[in-house]
Design a protein around this ligand. Structure first.
Ligand code: BG6
Length: 507
């Protein structure tokens, strides 16, 4: 365990520009309103935005789902899931039941939102959030537009927008087809492709850290960086999502979306300004520069794994999972970005379910400098302890750590690593608004900075599709690991073959 230097950070007053941009009037319609995402994330975030007066009184929510319920039943369900919820918010929550395929249900929805629009004065501004299985995205959008509930071109005043969760397609062709289908009905400026990782404060901090400070950019390149690691470890297994997950796997679930976004934020060039198009243009250049994987040598670039019996039962014994399932619950990837800044520098990505901890972090590992004049003074046996490492702690700990070398006090002549550490919660308390509140607010404001653009989705699927295809066959390269462990041993051998090692919390 490294010594940690707690910094006595001074919290400076924030300026006027730090005011929250408040949203205008809007009716928010949730498809799949009785599902997990709506109940666990969307409704609590909407209630938070309303309680904090970030959305105005001209605001209402409509839940739409197949279960037959009255407004009062739906409110009761929310009260049960969210004890302490404010009645003022709940009084604005309504419900329409219907079938996603049935035109009559869309007519009922249209009538209801038009009526609520005049009651709440929402000025014909609506967001339709599709918290439903991805197979329904295309049909629901078609029905919404076909039945006149949404209008193409309404992207300003008034606005009609859809919010779509990942996974957006399941390979390159299906992602292109879905984009084309949606763009047949709506303008791109009406389509908000959600990635809730972009709503996290610690993720938004990456660009601030890089581009609002002058001291990091000069060393942010292949001259000074040895490798980059992006780690998303989870303790949870598949929970109650067997049907979705077994058909998806962790590469589609985490890499194609959240982890590629993290990668782009670390690797991109400075955008010409801090707006949606400039930022997404720079991200796109990163996606386009990821070197394709040589499928004949896939084991050099990817390891996949699945949890077996350990602290928890095996994946194949989870309810709803097939006894011979070959879905991956773990992977590591080694990617290269073929541009002047990063050529030759490995980006290691690692993610897993049922690991020994929840930890999302990004580490920038700098080149070793202790082989020079202080080569003999180093007391650490571990090679990774001799490097400068900058770590963004995304969650559950939130902050930034910088490892550096210092002389050990006393008459001895030796060096030891120390960590400079900044912790958001220590400094600001638990101020985080929550990732979904942030993306919902931006959708109401019409700002697409925190959302995927069409080309990004397609480029990342283009890169991954051959890899996923190769692994459609079960027998190929599955490394098992005990549930609750660090992952398969092959993951360590994989990185060690390159003379590197995984950086972990507490190393
Ligand atoms: C979701 C994935 O997008 O992100 C889940 O579908 C995963 O499998 C979750 O558990 C992780 O989100 P967070 O915010 O808890 O890191």
């Amino acid at each position: 365990m490294n010594k940690v230097v707690r910094m006595d950070f001074q919290k400076f007053p924030v300026g006027m520009s730090c005011e929250i941009t408040r949203a205008g009037s809007c009716g928010f319609v949730i498809f799949g309103a009785s599902g997990d995402l709506a109940q666990r994330k969307l409704l609590p975030s909407l209630s938070l935005l309303f309680d904090k007066k970030i959305v105005p009184k001209n605001f209402f929510v409509v839940g739409f789902a197949r279960t037959k319920m009255e407004d009062s039943d739906f409110r009761e369900k929310i009260r049960k899931n969210m004890p302490g919820i404010h009645e003022d918010f709940l009084s604005r929550v309504h419900y329409v039941y219907g079938d996603y395929e049935d035109d009559g249900s869309y007519a009922a929805l249209k009538m209801k939102i038009e009526e609520l629009d005049s009651v709440y004065g929402t000025e014909n501004n609506f967001i339709f959030c599709l918290a439903v299985p991805p197979a329904l995205y295309g049909d629901i959008t078609g029905k919404l537009v076909g039945n006149g509930v949404m209008k193409k071109g309404f992207s300003g005043k008034p606005f009609h927008r859809i919010m779509i969760e990942k996974p957006f397609g399941r390979d390159y062709r299906s992602a292109v087809a879905l984009n084309e289908h949606l763009l047949g009905y709506l303008d791109d400026s009406q389509i908000f492709r959600v990635d809730h990782y972009l709503g996290k404060d610690t993720v938004q901090n990456i660009l601030v850290f890089r581009f609002a400070n002058s001291i990091f950019e000069p060393v942010w390149n292949s001259k000074c960086v040895e490798y980059v690691q992006i780690n998303v470890s989870e303790e949870l297994g598949v929970e109650n999502r067997a049907g979705y997950f077994d058909n998806t796997g962790l590469i589609r679930d985490m890499l194609q979306n959240h982890m590629f976004q993290l990668l782009s934020l670390v690797a991109m060039e400075a955008p010409s300004s801090y707006d949606a198009e400039s930022v997404r243009n720079e991200k796109q250049k990163v996606f386009d520069s990821i070197a394709p994987v040589d499928i004949d040598r896939i084991e050099d670039c990817f390891v996949r794994g699945q949890y077996t019996d350990g602290k928890y039962p095996a994946y194949r014994k989870e309810p709803g999972i097939g006894a011979m399932s070959c879905t991956e619950t773990f992977f590591t990837a080694k990617l290269f970005i073929d541009n002047d800044r990063w050529r030759g520098i490995p980006f290691y990505l690692k993610a897993g379910k049922r690991l020994d901890r929840k930890e999302t972090s990004i580490s920038i590992v700098f080149k070793n400098n202790t082989t020079g004049i202080f080569g003999d003074f180093n007391i650490s046996d571990l090679e990774k302890h001799t490097r400068n490492i900058l770590t963004f702690k995304i969650q559950p700990e939130q902050g930034v750590t910088l490892r550096f070398q210092a002389k050990v006090p006393g008459l001895k002549r030796c060096l030891a690593p120390l960590n400079l550490e900044f912790d958001y919660i220590d400094l600001y308390g638990a101020e985080a608004a929550g990732d979904y509140a942030s993306v919902i607010l931006d959708c109401i404001l019409g700002d697409q900075m925190l959302f995927w653009r069409r080309d990004g989705i397609e480029s990342t699927w283009k890169f991954l599709t051959p890899v996923l295809k190769y692994w459609e066959t079960c027998e190929r390269g599955m490394h098992f690991y005990p549930a609750g462990s660090r992952g398969p041993e092959e993951a360590d051998r994989f990185i060690e073959r390159n003379g590197h090692s995984w950086i972990e919390e507490g190393d």
